[in-house]
Design a protein. Structure first.
Length: 255
């Protein structure tokens, strides 16, 4: 979910960031007023080996044209290692947070989706987010987070309690976070996704995915405009003709 998930009239612009390859640090210095300063929110740091060895039962599900594959956290740690990312302004937990998890570009490359132009992120609560994977450019950095480092590395609780309405939400299994986002983008819009309870990543064919909901070619302008609005905003949370998210009610239901 995200902070404005339920507002289907909010001007959302959802995209996927494919980040540049990083190891322990990448371009941590910038110049402000002639002075070189540390860009703390853009620094990736490799985590201690002791933390990387912690067992974890969470699973990432990956779907492409062939089949679904599952990757456990220990398998991903062995393949690409854990990384930490400082986030200047997290929309759920506030400023200056540090998360540990998997840097997005090596993760996508490892699971075989690094060259896909579009992807679909799937969350446990029914939120389904299509992304243009080629639209976002550096200096933004993405991390599929496993936990907030403010909490003990060996604990079973990975996130501070986040209240959504009357509910305290657990962000497990994964939470997608970004650094550098608010230096480029208006923080009052959801131009970058911050989905929690993320369970899977899928190859996304926009035409095929939305085909059941697409109005007939040559149909009324209002139908075409409504379909464009649905695919841009509403379909992340609401189904129509069997496609879309499951957070809110289907838009074509009767009654």
């Amino acid at each position: 979910m995200s902070l404005i998930r339920f507002s289907i009239q909010h001007p959302l612009i959802m995209n996927l960031l494919l980040v540049l390859g990083v190891a322990s640090m990448l371009r941590p210095i910038h110049v402000v007023g002639g002075q070189r300063t540390l860009r703390r929110d853009l620094v990736f740091g490799l985590l201690p080996r002791a933390e990387q060895a912690i067992a974890d039962a969470r699973v990432l599900r990956v779907q492409d044209d062939a089949a679904e594959r599952q990757y456990t956290v220990p398998e991903l740690i062995a393949a690409i290692g854990l990384t930490k990312l400082r986030v200047a302004k997290d929309p759920h937990f506030g400023p200056d947070r540090v998360f540990s998890g998997f840097a997005l570009e090596p993760l996508l490359n490892h699971i075989g989706l690094g060259d896909e132009p579009e992807l679909l992120l799937v969350c446990a609560d029914g939120y389904r987010i299509p992304f243009d994977a080629s639209a976002i450019k550096p200096p933004l950095r993405g991390l599929l987070a496993l936990r907030d480092t403010a909490l003990p590395a060996d604990g079973e609780v990975h996130w501070e309690g986040y209240r959504h309405g009357a509910e305290i939400v657990n962000f497990d299994p994964f939470y997608l976070v970004w650094a550098g986002a608010y230096e480029r983008l208006d923080p009052d819009t959801e131009a970058l996704p911050w989905p929690f309870q993320l369970t899977g990543i899928q190859r996304f064919d926009r035409d095929a995915y939305y085909a059941p909901a697409r109005p007939p070619a040559g149909g009324a302008d209002d139908l075409q405009k409504g379909f464009a609005l649905y695919t841009a905003h509403c379909g992340k949370c609401h189904r129509m003709r069997g496609v879309g998210g499951d957070v809110g009610p289907a838009l074509d239901r009767e009654g």
